[in-house]
Design a binder for this molecule. Structure first.
Ligand code: MG
Length: 224
């Protein structure tokens, strides 16, 4: 017998009117952020992924490789701590921490306020580390030019098929911690296939944030 499935209907979980006006307002603010970034010649990349997928570690590796070529700033989103911002600051770039409290994603308003804290005239490239979550950030564009998803093999073999929406707007996905694929029993090529099935044009790269393996490929995939 097949498993019985109860699906939520549209508008059943959220008050749909409230949600629509919220998303519309976010979209307006995202466009404002984009205009501001473009007026200062800044390219922004929104980095999304679960807690523990390795977003901060990969951003550090990317910053280390690009900081002589570009002037870089980072906005680090988190619920309550400054752990990520402190780690990235070790690379000697401008970092702003955004704490969202209970919110599971950054929004365009918070990013707009963070942009006020950055000397944008001195920045070419901005990385925005979103809050560790695979669901909420997808619906909230921030004004970034590109979105990248970091996933880790430690999240198991089904994490891509279970979170399709986060990949839709992304230009690239990093499959991180590839050294742990075997002990985790995860087939990396299956994860790659799953991502391409959701979005055929997405660039998929294999990375190990600790050793830096694949980080150059990720930089290429981001097109910076
Ligand atoms: Mg982090």
């Amino acid at each position: 017998m097949p498993v019985k499935v109860v699906e939520s209907r549209e508008g059943e979980i959220f008050d749909i009117e409230l949600e629509e006006s919220l998303l519309r307002k976010n979209e307006e603010l995202a466009q404002r952020n984009r205009r501001l970034l473009e007026s200062r010649g800044v390219t922004a990349i929104d980095v999304m992924g679960s807690i523990g997928s390795g977003k901060t570690t990969l951003i550090k590796q990317i910053v280390r490789r690009l900081k002589d070529r570009y002037s870089i700033a980072v906005i680090a989103g988190d619920l309550t701590t400054t752990i990520d911002a402190d780690r990235i600051r070790e690379e000697g770039v401008q970092v702003v921490q955004v704490n969202t409290g209970k919110e599971c994603h950054l929004d365009a308003n918070l990013v707009g306020r963070s942009l006020e804290e950055i000397d944008l005239d001195k920045v070419d490239l901005l990385f925005i580390e979103n809050v560790g979550n695979l669901i909420c950030p997808g619906e909230f564009p921030l004004g970034a030019h590109k979105r990248v998803v970091v996933i880790s093999v430690t999240e198991g073999p089904y994490m891509v098929v279970k979170h399709p929406y986060i990949f839709m707007d992304a230009v690239a996905v990093a499959i991180n911690k590839i050294d742990l694929a075997e002990p985790m029993g995860v087939d990396i090529s299956k994860l790659e296939m799953d991502a391409r099935r959701i979005k055929p044009s997405i660039k998929v790269v294999r990375t190990n944030g600790l050793t830096g393996d694949g980080v150059d490929d990720l930089i290429d995939a981001m097109g910076v």
